[in-house]
Design a protein around this ligand. Structure first.
Ligand code: AGP
Length: 606
């Protein structure tokens, strides 16, 4: 998830690009770069690190020209450094591109291009696009870009310039792209914030759209070249709000970004026809005798779901540890142990140190990480990136659901290599995984969100809360309780529902709201009897039920319906309701949900 901008008009492009990138830096801050055409050639300037580094570089030698493109990077392929920074140019510098997204088949394309004499300056998937366009170019830039895109698979927001053409060509599939319509000037960006200072007339490009921008206008087509009409919309957001994409907070925006984040986590990794997953990990899944999952906070709960899935599907013993304990309990680890560390930031010191501890004892180490180029990734044997994009809200949401979906893919990866899963079962689970973006989209349907908001406001003044779940959803109860604690400061506990009667049941009275995750499961009956134990002590039951389960609704004070999902993926769908419950409770109490007290986005101290 990077930030991209483009400009053609009468202003100095450098100013427009730099101010636009500054508004998009929350999308990625691993490197930044611009390319500006000034009639005879295109000048490219790029630098690793925050945008400020590039600004310093340009201070000394500003670039002249009124047509340009700019990029701020969230690294996916290739470390955050100058050569992997965008823009990427062809060897002769005549074609320059910027890209946001992932080209799935870039390795195959790159191999073919190298065979045909192309040489590459970066490790990125994106650079392949510049060379494909060069190969297809015979005087018409639009046609060359269209031909190049016909060969790629994956997600892209791409913007292209050519030294011989006073125009910008762009296209999008999955990655967002917005066009700004000015008087005698045109703008492009991956998000609205970059354009608001210049225009409020926006055209949101759809998947499969291509556009050619000129000083005085634009034309949109589909990838087949057929003309397409898109509305020009008037945007009345203020800049601050825009960065939040029109949402009140980053947390809410990130909750709504989960369908896209999950798409990016799964993209290119599921092979329906064979029931295989391709995680591109250079470790041998069949060589391990046991697995240690190590993490902190929300990431630890994703690990608990992973334990359930991996033991169920791959039949290999799994231990899950909080990192701050793991590193001091001299864990029993050997060379046939796979130590999986889970971390959004890749910087959490406890997890980093636990990783070092596991390595010290000979374990192979694999990271389930969001932040590319983060410290952990430099010390791991290999990394499975979740590609959830920058998560700015301190309370983790989209990174959690992406981490859990990565756990499912790891369980399938291990199970397939160890033949503990039939083709048919594997395909069933792959299908369930593919359904996730749609199911989470459904879980965010306005009427469901409204129902959750009502329940949250009803119990916002509770002193305590209890969350109960069973089986693969026992960790979901823990995550629900953590989200509520983090941003509303209400004391909340999550428990395996069957464990409640061994103590926590003493807490229950008519003032205690108890969230019971009772979605479709082979354990549903057991969960319902735990729910009735709560009712028997006058506890206020908020039941999370699968769509259509009216039979069990009678046992609850409040019911929140969630989309029906395969049990093994249900933790991802069910937690969305709990994220929103905590969100609306915190906002009802007037809390700052993006920057909750006492917390930091990545805990780099012990
Ligand atoms: C979750 O909402 C919290 N921000 C916190 O528990 C977090 O999950 C924990 O600090 C781990 O962070 P990491 O994933 O960046 O390592």
């Amino acid at each position: 998830m990077c930030g991209i901008v483009g400009y053609i008009g009468s202003r100095q492009a450098q100013d427009v690009l730099i101010s636009g990138l500054a508004k998009l830096e929350y999308r990625g801050y691993d490197s930044a770069g611009v390319a500006i055409r000034n009639g005879t050639h295109i000048e490219v300037k790029k630098k690793a690190g925050k945008l400020a580094n590039l600004s310093t570089l340009l201070e000394g030698a500003p670039l002249e020209g009124t047509l340009g493109i700019g990029h701020t990077r969230w690294a996916t392929h290739g470390l955050p450094n100058d050569s992997n920074a965008h823009p990427h140019a062809t060897e002769d510098g005549r074609i320059v591109i910027i890209h946001n997204g992932i080209i799935e088949n870039y390795l195959t394309l790159k191999a073919g291009l190298i065979e045909r004499g192309h040489s590459f300056k970066s490790e990125t998937d994106s650079e392949v696009l510049a060379h494909l366009i060069e190969e297809a170019y015979s005087g018409d830039l639009y046609e060359a870009v269209r031909a190049a895109l016909g060969q790629v698979r994956g997600a892209y927001g791409i913007v292209v310039t050519h030294v011989d053409h006073r125009e910008i060509v762009a296209a999008r599939t999955v990655s967002p792209l917005v066009m700004g319509v000015g008087e005698g000037e045109m703008f492009l960006a991956s998000d609205v914030p970059a354009l608001l200072p210049y225009t409020r007339k926006m055209v949101f490009l759809h998947d499969g759209d291509m556009v050619v921008l000129h000083d005085d206008g634009f034309r949109i087509t589909d990838l087949a070249g057929n003309p397409v009409v898109r509305d020009i919309e008037h945007i009345d957001w203020d800049a601050e709000a825009a960065e939040k994409g029109g949402y009140d907070t980053y947390m809410l925006k990130e909750i709504y970004e989960q369908p896209t984040a999950l798409t990016n986590t799964l993209i290119g990794r599921l092979h329906d026809e064979t029931g295989e997953v391709n995680l591109d990990i250079n470790l041998d899944p069949a060589s391990f005798k046991r697995i240690s999952i190590i993490a902190c906070g929300t990431a630890y709960y994703a690990g608990l779901v992973g334990e359930y899935l991996i033991e169920q599907l791959a039949r290999i013993p799994v231990e899950v540890d909080v990192a701050s304990e793991y590193r001091y309990r001299s864990p029993l680890v050997s060379e046939n142990t796979l130590a999986i560390v889970v971390s959004q930031s890749g910087e959490t010191i406890d997890t980093l140190e636990a990783l070092r501890e596991a390595k010290k004892h000979g374990a192979k180490t694999l990271g389930v990480i969001n932040a590319k180029g983060s410290s952990m990734t430099r010390e791991l044997d290999d990394t499975l990136y979740i590609h959830a994009g920058p998560e700015i809200g301190v309370a983790s949401t989209k990174a959690y659901t992406a981490q859990v979906s990565a756990m499912l893919m790891l369980a399938l990866w291990l199970a397939r290599a160890r033949n503990t899963l039939t083709d048919e079962k594997a395909k069933e689970l792959l299908h369930a995984a593919r359904e996730l973006p749609r199911l989470v989209e459904e879980a965010l349907a306005p009427e469901r969100v409204e129902a959750i908001k009502k329940v949250a406001e009803k119990y916002a003044h509770a002193r305590d809360y209890l969350f109960l779940g069973r089986g693969v959803n026992a960790p979901t109860a823990l995550e629900g309780a953590l989200k509520l604690k983090e941003i509303s400061y209400i004391h909340a506990e999550g428990y395996a529902a069957g464990e409640m009667k061994h103590g926590p049941i003493a807490l229950i009275d008519e003032n205690l709201p108890v969230v019971v995750i009772a979605t479709e499961s082979f354990l549903l009956e057991k969960t319902i009897s735990n729910l009735q134990e709560v009712r028997a002590r006058a506890g206020k039951v908020i039941a999370i039920l699968s769509d259509g389960d009216t039979a069990n609704a009678v046992h609850a004070d409040d019911v929140l319906y969630v989309p029906r999902a395969h049990e093994m993926v249900s933790p991802i769908v069910n937690v969305v309701a709990l994220q929103l419950l905590s969100y609306f409770t915190a906002t009802a109490l007037g809390k700052d949900v993006d920057k909750p007290r006492n917390l930091a986005k990545s805990v780099t101290v012990e």
